[in-house]
Design a protein around this ligand. Structure first.
Ligand code: GLU
Length: 510
């Protein structure tokens, strides 16, 4: 029988989850769901120095917002817990002991100064088989001295004893077989007595085994730790349950080379975090996709295609379609350029797919924020406005710029347009227009448009100037949807009032 698919997303709560981390979580999720597997969220908080409060909640909230569902985790529970590494100290202690007992690891007492000295004295110093006997550890010191040091409470670390001359094979689904010589690896610190905590290396690997992880799917930056994974599994005798590695390509800057960073986002104006984040120390605020008006489905679709493609030119895929079509065969190992313009395009697509009613619901808080008394408005009116302008927007907040004139009387008139379109005859012409419009009671009457256009033609007026002057009085600028759609929604009284006001105000300024 095939092994049950069990994958884990294993962030360290050292700050807000980066969008690259979200992509890693997403690929884990897609793969798990496609294979009826389980998605585990493991909090890797063994580095007490780098712990940031609020980061764990941030991770949970981000995944929830995006619809990446966790099967086992701190909040969800499960049979392999605890899912937070700081609550698994006993487990790590036992495993450290096991390695020490089997001679696979040793205790080292070197102080930071001693290590610094060694680095200064030996070129390219590395703590390994070539140097360890000249350092202060349980391999180089007599047993009674080691015991004395420990009994006296001297701080120590436990290091993994890497045997030289080995070729370590890492099998990666995207990169194939990678062979690394054990000589280039150092004797990694696995545990520190100072805080009685394992390092990332030990905890991450022990937990992958104990949680029966079948596939380790993570960012490319973790590839260098894969040989240690292999060697530690071996040292514990777990080689038969070695997970399959998948190291995902980096997300690259939208322009130029190199890894996508927060600075790129600041420089080019897009978020690199799923949710807004306030740094607990500096108070600095970083923008988030959610607060910037992105829809979670759009973000998911956009991220899914950064490193994977479905093999044809399909771009719009909801989460179920992604689960069905996702495969590592179509993942690239080359970095994926972070094309944030494409992200906006996805948002536009997902937004305009929503019904006018749904978009109106999202728009109402924006209107309230702008001081519009929404209670006084007919909901249907807002929906109609949405229907007229939604084709032009990428975000809900853009609705305002494209439709404020449906909610407010124009308080100024675009100067350039006035210069271009207004003339001494215009008030007279617009008064004629008012007379024509007065004849219609229902501004939804389809005859209004041909009647107005017919009048312009018959009088030999300049079509562009008259229609734009008309628009200026009603909208304040020469923009917006089709003129007669606007007047149909505003209605007779409001339209004529605006033309009158426009004639008065613009003539004064012009
Ligand atoms: N805790 C590591 C991180 O912060 C996990 C790396 C891995 O997935 O093995 O990303």
């Amino acid at each position: 029988m095939e092994k049950k698919v069990r994958v884990r997303f294993a962030p360290s709560p050292t700050g807000p989850l980066h969008i690259g981390g979200v992509r890693t979580a997403l690929y884990n999720y897609l793969f798990a769901k496609q294979n009826d597997g389980n998605m585990i969220l493991r909090i890797e908080d063994t580095d007490s120095q780098r712990f940031v409060s609020g980061a764990e909640d941030y991770i949970n909230e981000s995944l929830k917002w995006l619809g990446i569902k966790i099967d086992e985790g701190v909040r969800e529970g499960g049979n392999y817990g605890p899912y937070k590494q700081s609550e698994r100290k006993d487990i790590y202690r036992q495993h450290v002991k096991q390695l020490l007992d089997n001679g696979k690891a040793y205790i080292a007492f070197d102080t930071p100064e001693e290590l610094e000295n060694a680095r200064n004295q030996i070129k390219n110093f590395q703590y390994d088989s070539s140097t360890r006997m000249s350092m202060r550890n349980s391999l180089s010191l007599p047993a009674d001295e080691v015991k004395k040091l420990i009994d006296n409470g001297v701080k120590y670390v436990v290091r993994f004893k890497i045997e030289p001359g080995r070729e370590v094979e890492v099998n990666d689904l995207l990169r194939g077989k990678v062979v690394i010589k054990s000589d280039i690896l150092d004797d990694k610190v696995l545990y520190k007595s100072s805080d009685d905590l394992p390092t990332y290396h030990l905890a991450n690997i022990v937990d992958d085994h104990l949680m029966e992880i079948s596939h380790v799917i993570r960012g490319e930056e973790w590839l260098p730790s894969a040989p240690l994974h292999v060697l530690l599994y071996e040292a514990f005798g777990w080689q038969d349950t070695m997970p399959q590695f998948v190291h995902l390509p980096l997300l690259l800057k939208p322009d130029g080379k190199g890894k996508l960073s927060k600075r790129d986002g600041d420089r080019l104006g897009f978020p690199v975090f799923p949710l807004e984040w306030t740094d607990p120390k500096s108070g600095e605020i970083s923008s988030g996709y959610r607060e910037s008006g992105y829809l979670p489905d759009a973000v998911i679709n956009f991220l899914a295609l950064l490193g994977w493609n479905p093999g044809d030119d399909t771009e719009l895929m909801n989460i179920d379609q992604l689960i069905e079509r996702f495969s590592f065969d179509r993942c690239s190992k080359a970095g994926a350029k972070f094309d944030f313009e494409k992200g906006k395009w996805f948002n536009h697509k997902y937004l305009t797919e929503k019904s006018d009613v749904e978009i109106a619901d999202l728009f109402i808080p924006v209107l309230k924020n702008k001081g519009i008394d929404v209670e006084k408005l007919d909901k249907y009116y807002i929906e109609k406005v949405v229907g007229l302008v939604k084709g032009r927007i990428n975000f809900v907040k853009d609705l305002w710029d494209n439709s404020y004139f449906f909610f407010e009387f124009p308080d100024s008139y675009d100067e350039k347009a006035v210069k271009k379109r207004w003339s001494a005859e215009m008030p007279g012409i617009l008064n004629e227009l008012i007379e024509i419009l007065e004849k219609f009671d229902d501004f939804n009457d389809p005859n209004i448009e041909p009647t107005v256009l017919g009048w312009i033609e018959q009088k030999g007026y300049h079509l562009g100037n008259v229609m734009n002057a008309f628009r200026l009085t009603v909208v304040g600028e020469c923009k917006g949807p089709h003129m007669f759609d606007i007047t149909a929604l505003l209605g007779k009284e409001e339209t004529i009032k605006r033309i009158r006001k426009g004639i008065e105000n613009i003539s004064l300024d012009a």
